[in-house]
Design a protein around this ligand. Sequence first.
Ligand code: ATP
Length: 329
Amino acid sequence: MERNIKTIGVLTSGGDAPGMNAAIRAVTRTARYHNMNVVGIMRGYQGLIEREFVKFTSSSVSNTIQRGGTILKTARCMEFMTAEGRKKAYENMVEVGIDALVVIGGNGSLTGAQLFAREYDIPIIGLPGTIDNDLYGTDSTIGYDSALNTIVECVDKIRDTANSHDRIFFIEVMGRDAGFLAQNSAIASGAEAAIIPEGKTDVDQLAEFIERGKRKSKNSAIVLVSESQKDGKGGANYYAERVKKEYPQLSSHVTILGHLQRGGTPSAYDRILASRLGYAAIEALLEGQRNVMIGIKNDEIVYVPISRAVKMNKPINQELISVLNVLSM
Ligand code: ATP
């Protein structure tokens, strides 16, 4: 059902991701193009609850497309997880006259958005903003490509040392529940293996990798490891410790890339993706869409019900696993 939207609020929530500024810019400029007012909400849901509102004009987002992080700041907000917190947020929105909300964030942020939209009659559009690429229904999320490039640059540097000293390096990257960063950075950096949460649970991924390495008689290796932990197992330190105990003849080292992966200038791909998704968010609202995430599939803009985007597990393409296994010989 279409309704007259005069003022939209925009916020970023959860972990920051390169390209969030390009998304804020696109949302703001497209809304202004259609003569809507724009309210920038600071610090995600926290700002909605604490009324940290800033009137945004087209010039508020000048000179931001190339900047990492988020000019709106972001936060993890426990209060929004409670019904009272969301009630406060809703009352503040009504008071300042925000008719619709654009939420840029990851799985958690969009889960919160879905709940909020169910409880109150507010049109909400979600934009996938997370380096993890773990939202269902979109080929890529804002920030993923930039983080991937950052990781590959770091791995290239670590490989020089790995080669020179005949060492195994376990390099831990982000992605608690999703192995996209580990798998694809392993392919892009010519690494020997990736240990990811989607890997077969009935197979010991470390033993398999060592066996493969022996067959190929390699002296040094790079293994990309997702940060995920299950029952105290997982992460780069866990695997390096196991190598020390089970294969003492091998020399292993750990590098945890940590927050380095989030920062920095967004890639051209992420800037374009964020611009397209931000533009589409306003077009979707004008069409009367609500409670959908804007995604991209085969280079086409798609609307994905937020409930599906956050609930369904996004599968890793099995071909990527075969590509790495074969090419790492
Ligand atoms: P990233 O992928 O970078 O971790 P994210 O959006 O998944 O980003 P979260 O920390 O999971 O990050 O969620 C961000 C915020 O979204 C939370 O701090 C909270 O305010 C809100 N949120 C998350 N889950 C819920 C929920 N079930 N109900 C209400 N709000 C939620």
